[in-house]
Write a protein that binds this ligand. Structure first.
Ligand code: PMP
Length: 381
């Protein structure tokens, strides 16, 4: 099976598996214990934290390990809102945040918190005029993703950071799809808080972090003594070691740029072949800056499930968008926010490449396109 669903998750590298196994076997003690084994675990934790800080351009004390991006997003939004000054109750989300994050937005609304959504334009870019109108002095925080998990569209973080700073609002950025794919330095990013998950860059699942700028007040969602009182619970040391190993393996910003260029070239070659081979191909967000390895598309009037089943039969695993929302048959909220009609959005298929995707993988998909076309129900095209 050729795996083309790297925005959902990525395979853990062997170095990550080895690092986790070593910690599970050798440093399993509680990092808060005062005895020798506990102190050994505490040193592993401190080592992982400084690797993360070094890789992401922040201070070790600014790293709060969590169970992943979902929890980090909750901590940022609930925690920054609870610590916001009087008179700042409003929370802004972009309309295309991760489906799980928008559930949190709705929960806040149900609890009486004023929430507004910053729309996107039909091309998938954030509507900066609307952002300028909405970011006012009653806003506690703005929660914006760095890059969209479905379309790959990049969001204007520096511009929104400037608007938030001018209005005195906090900025939280969900960088889950950005970190690991594009160079990142917390000090240059302009956000007060940044979330990410290790499994998007060949690390383990169930671990991530919130980077929280020093001096920014937050109320913990899970109180406890660990993580300097910002996230309670015995640290998942094997997973944290796996996260640090995966981040370290990403290399320098130049290495990240080279990998991004490699994936973009593969993606562009694939899109060219798809356009030549399949009727009425529509690729979303191809006209705006987007992540290098993703193609979000629709073929004629074929439903996503039909296309995905045929692809799977030919040996390719892809998805119809976010793994978390692909269980139902609802159209993608990202496409709906772009104004794409529901019947068109129901055809959306996401092909996402990763570090383990090879030239040969893309050659194989291109070679399978004539067969794919013959397998698809002609009447629907
Ligand atoms: N935000 C974005 C943009 C994502 O793509 C994902 C994962 N699909 C998440 C948050 C949630 O990450 P996790 O499931 O690891 O908590």
């Amino acid at each position: 099976m050729i795996y083309l669903d790297h925005h959902a998750t990525t395979p853990p590298s062997q170095a990550v598996i080895d690092a986790m196994a070593a910690v599970m076997a050798g440093t399993w003690a509680n990092a808060s214990s005062k005895h020798g084994p506990g102190q050994a675990a505490s040193r592993v934790l401190a080592g992982a934290r400084s690797v993360v800080a070094q890789a992401l351009g922040c201070k070790p004390a600014e790293v709060v390990f969590t169970s992943g991006a979902t929890e980090a997003n909750h901590l940022a939004v609930r925690g920054l809102l609870a610590a916001a000054p009087e008179g700042r109750r409003r929370v802004l989300f972009s309309a295309v945040e991760h489906a799980g994050h928008l559930k949190l937005a709705r929960e806040l609304m149900n609890a009486g918190v004023p929430v507004d959504f910053i729309p996107v334009r039909p091309d998938g870019a954030l509507d900066l005029d609307a952002a300028t109108r909405l970011i006012r002095d009653d806003v506690a925080l703005v929660s914006l993703m760095a890059a969209n998990n479905e379309t790959g569209a990049l969001m204007p973080v520096p511009e929104v950071a400037a608007l938030a700073a001018a209005a005195g609002a906090r900025l939280h950025v969900d960088a889950t799809q950005w970190i690991g794919k594009r160079p990142f330095r917390f000090t240059d990013f302009g956000a007060d808080a940044v979330s990410f998950s290790a499994h998007k860059f060949n690390g383990p699942k169930g671990v991530g972090a919130l980077l929280l700028r020093q001096g920014v007040a937050i109320r913990p969602t899970v109180p406890g003594p660990q993580e300097r009182g910002r996230r309670g619970g015995t640290e998942n040391l094997p997973a944290i070691a796996g996260l640090a190993t995966a981040l370290y393996a990403l290399g320098t910003p130049a290495d990240l740029d080279a990998e991004a260029a490699r994936q973009a070239a593969l993606r562009d070659r694939l899109e060219g072949a798809l356009m030549a081979a399949l009727p009425e191909l529509r690729i979303w967000c191809a006209g705006v800056p987007r992540l290098p390895g993703v193609s979000f598309l629709r073929v004629g009037r074929w439903e996503a499930d039909v296309l995905l089943q045929r692809l799977e039969r030919l040996g390719f695993a892809a998805s119809s968008g976010a793994a978390c929302s692909s269980s139902g048959n609802a159209p993608s909220h990202v496409l709906t926010a772009m104004g794409v009609p529901e019947d068109e959005a129901l055809g959306a298929v996401r092909l996402s490449l990763g570090r383990t995707t090879t030239d040969a993988d893309i050659d194989a998909l291109i070679a399978a396109l004539p067969t794919l076309r013959s397998l698809l129900p002609a009447a629907e095209a």
